[in-house]
Design a protein around this ligand. Structure first.
Ligand code: MG
Length: 309
């Protein structure tokens, strides 16, 4: 099996993680977390989203957070935006790039933004136009790519068709979100193959959740197909919105820990990442689900391993 020599990891904790956090996270804590993350070797950080504060109160201070961080050279800070208005705010704020999101299924998209997937395509075109005018790269995100809370399993062909429509609007990189945590290695393989058959030149990012324990197995399945771009969240921050108390995003340190042992370069310092996870643990409610944060890296284990296991 040949794996990529290196992978890019986009840290989504400050946005995706904090967005689903129950505790009120102070602006200064969000800023401190982003600054800690930018010191770990991470090159891509989804820092904020410019969405309606009524819809997502956790991101109401996005501008203050953005203005408060110390931007580190070589780190690309992106913002998630839903439409033209969000894109204009992001462009004015001077982020490095933006992501526009859409769902794979109409039911989810209707609940989320009161439009069908096709009805949302003009939004995608608007965001692309604003980003291009501002000279900023723009990527897409397709949520519910491996399962929908209202429709159940999603056909890989459906995901490929929505990808095609986004690509038609000028999107060259798409992140596939396992919103419901229904992804398994088999389904990940099917989605990647379907999308690649439709769009061989598209850049694919995988955004996996560990809701049912398949998060890193899904990463391995994607690596086997040559995928070298993943999202992850510090400490595994961000619960599943569809199952009370369940885990959401895979933890960045768990991902880096596994890749490091596979000799796949991430450019990220695991010890610094664990420090950032401890910082996050200090201001969120509950306990972060990260395995490596709990057990420590495997390299910490010294001495003979018990025969009894
Ligand atoms: Mg997520």
């Amino acid at each position: 099996m040949t794996y990529p020599d290196s992978v890019r990891i986009r840290e989504v904790g400050p946005r995706d993680g904090i967005q689903s956090e129950k505790a009120d996270v102070a602006t200064k804590d969000k800023i401190a977390l982003i600054d800690a993350l930018s010191g770990t070797g991470l090159r891509l950080i989804e820092a904020v989203s410019f969405v309606s504060p009524k819809a997502i109160p956790q991101m109401a201070d996005a501008r203050e957070v953005w203005q408060g961080i110390s931007r580190r050279e070589g780190v690309f800070y992106s913002a998630l935006v839903p439409n033209r208005k969000g894109a204009e705010i992001a462009a004015e704020a001077g982020v490095d790039g933006m992501q526009v999101f859409i769902a794979a299924t109409d039911s989810y998209n209707l609940k989320n933004v009161k439009r069908t997937v096709e009805e949302s395509m003009p939004n995608v075109a608007d965001v692309v136009a604003v980003a291009l005018a501002a000279g900023m790269p723009v990527e897409g995100t397709i949520s519910t790519a491996f399962g929908c809370p209202y429709e159940g399993d999603v056909a890989p062909d459906r995901v490929a068709r929505v990808s095609r429509r986004m690509a038609d609007e000028g999107i060259g990189a798409i992140s596939y979100g396992d919103t419901t945590g229904m992804g398994t290695p088999r389904r990940v393989t099917e989605v990647i193959e379907a999308v690649r058959a439709e769009l061989p030149n598209l850049t694919l990012n995988m955004h996996f959740h560990d809701t049912r324990g398949t998060g890193l197995a899904n990463v391995l399945a994607a690596l086997e197909l040559g995928i070298d771009y993943f999202d992850a969240s510090i400490g595994g921050m961000g619960g599943s919105p569809y199952a009370e108390g369940a885990t959401g995003n895979i933890a960045t340190e768990d991902l880096v820990h596994m890749l490091e042992d596979m000799n796949i370069d991430t450019g990220i310092d695991l010890a610094a990442l664990l420090d950032a996870a401890r910082l996050a643990q200090g201001f969120i409610s509950g306990t972060l689900p990260s395995k490596v944060l709990t057990a420590g890296p495997r390299s910490d284990v010294a001495g003979p391993v018990s025969q009894a296991g």
